[in-house]
Design a protein around this ligand. Structure first.
Ligand code: NAD
Length: 504
């Protein structure tokens, strides 16, 4: 099942007709770097037709808390490609982050951030680094589902879905094949989060098997991020979930000295957005000092995405040659290493002058070898048998005597549901807890229906129905317990769909 990849004849289509793209200049240095970038694209012969949209600070200040007008939404949804300058989010309550709104509303599930060393022209301790971080963009802890449940305890739900994992992992492998990359490393923490990160890992193995030509590796995120920060040359393409990806993509950009240089893409099944990774830099706005490289690199990714890979290479190679010749904006200028300190405009002119040339020492751009836009197949769900076998009931209980709670719940067992254990912050405290375990006011009480017990092994569970759960909850309530939430315990095709408590 490796027949996906490209929009048919994307490059042919683009040769005949300019592709309409939504362009948001953004705030702060946004207009300066956007003007510089568009000049370069025009000189390089990019077949694009920018349609300018208003987003960001002026829209926020006009009273629109989303930062984007409905007219701008229409252009984005019609054109399906956005080149976006950085946005200043005003301080204060009520303003929503435009980036999050765009990402979530448009289903931009993949964040793609290539980070490459420009050594010796730009100072870095890692001259061999050439990494692409592919971060899942919509799920994980960033679903933003949080609750305060007791006086002492708040929670944030970590949601990992099979369709989400399949999309991002497939995207990473397709990206690696399309852009001639030889290895994909998956970063997870499934030694602890066996179900959520375990699913990400499992999908990586399943989909990875369809790409025998690509080397695969799975690393635990903590050691992986330490290695990325110390031996980045060991990595090629990295695929990971939202939170880990958020952190390691910044680590990657920082260690190679490219916060002002890197571009990124936010890819959806239908719409894609391209931008620099830095912000609106209000401290240097309007001074013609900003480095437009991040946005230029984002635009290069956009050109490859819309099937204009040859122009993408032309721009990238001219940019690399400019960096190589030492024409550097203030942020990357170093005495001895750079030739000339240039303004934003002057830098763009230097790139335009070099269009058609290639760098002598830095790695040349080879996007034209790639396939352009990557298309991910629709998710198809397989039927599974789901069986309810118990319930975790969470109680708010401010007392400390664990045995008192356990014995009360033991006595309460109802409708074939018996107390199996109680945990506090995930650690089993009943039966056979130890007094040293610190307990809060948030207790998870697991009730199951057991069909058979096997010595030293997990029992075989018996299917229950939801009426039994409701009856148990009612009994707990009438006995004075404060039920704050429940989680049903299911088996899927006979496999346990819930984790065990620590010490269970
Ligand atoms: P920032 O990236 O704007 O600036 C950090 C530092 O880097 C500043 O000293 C700045 O002068 C410098 N810098 C950044 N880009 C540069 C460039 N192209 N050339 C030269 N120097 C550059 O980060 P910040 O100061 O934390 O944020 C400023 C504003 O940008 C905030 O309102 C923030 O919310 C917003 N922001 C927007 C985006 C986005 O739209 N994607 C991303 C990050 C931050």
């Amino acid at each position: 099942m490796k027949s996906l990849s490209v929009q048919p004849n994307a490059s042919e289509v683009s040769k005949k007709k300019a592709v309409k793209i939504a362009v948001a200049k953004g705030d702060g240095i946004g207009p300066e770097i956007m003007d510089a970038t568009l000049k370069i694209l025009d000189a390089a012969g990019a077949m694009i037709k920018p349609e300018f949209i208003e987003v960001g600070n002026s829209v926020y200040l006009s009273g629109n808390s989303s930062g984007i007008t409905s007219a701008a939404w229409d252009v984005v949804r019609e054109n399906k490609v956005i080149l976006k300058g950085p946005i200043t989010t005003p301080q204060g309550k009520g303003y929503k982050s435009l980036n999050v709104t765009l990402r979530k509303s448009l289903g931009l599930f993949a964040n793609v951030r290539p980070v490459m060393s420009l050594s010796p022209y730009v100072q870095t301790n890692f001259p061999e680094m050439d990494v692409v971080v592919i971060r899942e963009n919509e799920e994980d802890l960033y679903a933003g589902i949080e609750h305060r449940q007791t006086q002492d305890v708040v929670q944030c739900l970590k949601l990992i879905t099979r369709p989400g994992c399949e999309r991002i992992v497939r995207y990473a492998f397709e990206y690696a094949s399309a852009y001639d990359r030889s290895k994909v490393t998956c970063m997870v923490k499934d030694n602890i989060m066996k179900l959520t990160d375990g699913l990400f890992h499992k999908v990586f193995e399943e989909i990875g098997a369809e790409y025998p030509e690509i080397e695969k590796d799975v690393q635990i995120i903590d050691i992986a991020s330490a290695r990325l920060a110390t031996r980045p040359e060991d990595y090629d393409v990295i695929v990971t979930s939202n939170l880990y990806g958020d952190i390691i993509s910044d680590v990657a950009a920082e260690i190679v000295g490219s916060v002002g240089l890197a571009g990124s893409a936010n890819i959806g099944t239908d719409i894609a957005m391209f931008e620099a990774i830095h912000g609106s830099a209000p401290d240097i706005a309007g001074l013609n000092l900003a480095n437009p490289s991040g946005l230029i690199n984002a635009a290069v990714m956009m050109l490859a995405h819309i099937g204009q890979q040859t122009v993408a290479d032309k721009v990238k190679n001219a940019w690399l040659a400019t960096i190589e010749h030492g024409y550097h904006t203030k942020d990357i200028f170093t005495q001895g290493r750079s030739t000339k300190k240039v303004s934003t405009d002057h830098f763009a002119e230097q790139v335009i002058e070099r269009l058609g040339t290639a760098p002598e020492n830095l790695k040349k751009s080879t996007l034209s070898k790639g396939n352009g836009q990557i298309v991910i197949p629709e998710f198809s769900r397989k039927p599974v048998e789901k069986k309810l076998v118990g319930v975790d009931v969470f109680l708010d209980w401010a007392e400390k005597d664990t045995n008192k709670l356990g014995e009360a719940l033991d006595a309460l067992g109802s409708y074939n549901l018996q107390l199996k254990m109680i945990t506090n912050r995930g650690v089993k405290v009943y039966p056979h807890g130890i007094p040293e375990t610190f307990c809060t006011d948030h207790w998870r009480c697991r009730f199951v229906s057991v069909k058979a017990r096997i010595a030293n092994d997990e029992p075989i569970y018996q299917e229950i129905n939801y009426e039994q759960v409701v009856a148990l909850l009612s009994r707990l309530n009438s006995s004075g317990f404060d039920v704050i939430k429940t989680e049903n315990l299911y088996e899927f095709d006979g496999k346990r769909g819930f984790s065990l408590g620590q010490g269970e």
